[in-house]
Design a protein around this ligand. Structure first.
Ligand code: 6GU
Length: 225
């Protein structure tokens, strides 16, 4: 899979993709991440990419031309399953969306800034609009990082233990059960006996019960789905 990210702040997108699972996925050749600086297509000496909004409202809007040029160039070079605009008025990201996007091929992600991008770019090029939650961020970059992380860890081969991603919270609309590691007694806080029993059917049952309990208590809305 190839992910192209268009941004005016490419420096924000360096370190998140340079460590841990997202780095390993690239090193293994399972995903290619290409960050593009929109200012390459900016206008004039200062390579500006934004202008005042029509209608006299406040803030600045990212102009059509730099985005259209960059998106069109990328579309000529690659096929994309989705061209995603990260925006608070998009569809809220959830595990189901991440699962689908992890299977679907190359992705382009466009990060907005200021008051957003000219509506005509959304009409011309964007095929999916994604929000990461009901709050406003100063730009789409953190949304792109979060969306990319949620997708990349699901690509087969990225996570060593193949079953691991399937047992995450949300994969079956249940939160994950508690986990423990050594020692079995830490300052009198003990690991539940069943986990030390070696009785795997019983352990499975206990883990499932714990997941259901935790979900009932913390996120009953998930059980209604
Ligand atoms: Cl993806 N972008 C911005 N700017 N704000 C957001 C968001 C995205 N998701 C929630 N709030």
């Amino acid at each position: 899979m190839r992910i192209d990210i268009i941004t005016v702040l490419p420096e924000l997108l360096v370190s998140p993709f340079s460590a841990s699972i997202m780095k390993r996925a690239q090193d293994k050749g399972l995903v290619e991440i290409h960050v593009h600086d929109l200012r390459e297509y900016g206008k004039g000496k200062y390579r500006h990419v934004d202008d005042y909004p029509y209608g006299g409202t406040s803030g600045m809007v990212i102009m059509c031309e730099p985005l259209d040029k960059m998106i069109s160039k990328l579309k000529n070079e690659n096929d994309y399953a989705e061209i995603i605009y990260l925006t608070p008025d998009g569809e809220t990201l959830n595990q189901n969306m991440a699962n689908e996007l992890s299977l679907g091929g190359n992705l382009m992600m466009i990060c907005g800034h200021y008051k957003g991008i000219d509506q005509r770019i959304r009409d011309m090029h964007v095929t999916k609009e994604v929000s990461i939650g009901d709050y406003v961020l100063s730009g789409g970059e953190f949304g792109a990082i979060i969306l990319a992380d949620a997708i990349i860890r699901l690509i087969p081969g990225v996570i060593g233990d193949e079953t691991s991603a399937l047992s995450d919270s949300f994969q079956d609309n249940l939160l994950a059960p508690p986990v423990y590691t050594r020692p079995s007694d830490y300052k009198g806080y003990k690991v539940p006996e069943v986990l030390l029993s070696g009785n795997f059917p019983k352990i499975e049952e206990w883990l499932h019960d714990q997941a259901v309990e935790r979900t009932k208590e913390r996120r009953p809305d998930l059980l209604e789905k």
